[in-house]
Ligand binder design. Structure first.
Ligand code: CP
Length: 322
């Protein structure tokens, strides 16, 4: 009996769609997801997921990612279960990730998981009979953030091609930038926080051209279509003295934006600490708050993708609530 159960889960696995890394998606599929997000932006409230249960398992803190996934599930008519702090779960009694995933997959139709171990989402996807959505795994990947970033870039620039996109700050530990790497051209970081070699190798293998800089100045800003700022990820440093040395390395101030191109937008996955001064917030180039808002539509698109709801289903949906 036990073996039969395992076999049936394996055959389910072959058919299910996980969302673990953006690298799994072709360019066409990314554009398809952007079209889906556009449809959801037109009509975010529907009952497309009525009867479904979404589990959100957050082993690391989050504001935007968890709340926007839960909002997306609620706005599409699903019900949400889960935890925002693993200390309130049986993990504190020693339950393994494997057993946690197998238990929750008994209850939910899709699992959204943030975990501090790199590769945890991939592992979960291999053992789970229901789709796994990676909401961030350690310093590794954050593919739903990547999709909302690409959606924000497309929305503000009208294209994802031939843009001067500058990625600024902590490129070593920032998982959002590791997911976004395929869209990037310029990496600005101090030596201590430079883009890790594995991602540069990925770019070289996939013909993605990039330039590395350590300077962050008005000339760079004047050349940018997108300035993607990042926080120095204090929680990933094993040596806090090193964090102290680099924490203020690049701070964007309003006075630095005088020569920015008209179309230039400033993105940030948030939360920010001090890398964007508050006097930038009122500048028309600032887009990071709207960017986080786009997360709702991108995450509605992700639920559609993993639960096999096609763009035709979304366009012809008669469950829209106006
Ligand atoms: N951008 C992002 O992942 O934010 P949270 O950590 O608040 O989810």
């Amino acid at each position: 009996m036990i073996n039969l159960a395992v076999e049936s889960k394996k055959s389910y696995n072959i058919m299910k769609h996980d969302f673990v890394t953006i690298a799994d998606l072709s360019k066409d599929k990314i554009m398809y997801m952007i079209r889906l997000a556009q449809e959801f932006e037109k009509h975010p409230n529907r009952e497309l997921l009525k009867g479904k249960i979404v589990a959100t398992l957050f082993f690391e803190p989050s504001t935007r990612t968890r709340l926007s996934f839960e909002t997306a599930a609620n706005r599409l008519g699903a019900k949400v279960i889960g935890f925002s702090d693993a200390k309130a779960s049986s993990v504190t009694k020693g339950e393994t990730l494997k057993d946690t995933i197998l238990m929750v997959s008994n209850y939910a139709d899709v699992i959204v998981m943030r975990h501090y171990i790199e590769g945890a989402a991939q592992y979960a996807s291999e053992i789970s009979p229901v789709p796994i959505v990676n909401a961030g795994d350690g310093a590794h990947m954050h593919p739903s953030q990547c999709l909302l970033d690409l959606y924000s870039i497309y929305k503000t620039q009208g294209t994802l091609e031939n843009l001067n996109i500058y990625l600024v700050g902590d490129l070593k530990y920032g998982r959002t930038v590791h997911s976004l790497i395929t869209a990037m051209r310029h990496f600005i970081a101090p030596e201590e926080l430079a883009m890790p070699n594995e991602y540069k190798l990925y770019c070289k293998q996939h013909g993605i051209k990039f330039e590395e800089h350590t300077e962050f100045n008005d000339e760079i800003i004047a050349n940018a279509d997108i300035l993607y700022m990042t926080r120095v990820q204090k929680e990933r440093f094993s040596d806090l003295m090193e964090y102290e040395r680099v924490k203020n390395v690049y701070i964007l101030k309003n006075s630095m934006l005088k020569n920015a191109k008209e179309n230039m937008k400033i993105l940030h996955p948030l939360p920010r600490v001090n890398e964007i001064a508050y006097d930038v917030d009122a500048n028309p180039h600032a887009y990071y708050i709207q960017q986080a808002g786009n997360g709702l539509y991108a995450r509605e698109a992700i639920f559609s993708h993993v639960l096999d709801i096609s763009i035709d289903d979304v366009i012809n949906d008669n469950t829209i609530i106006k």
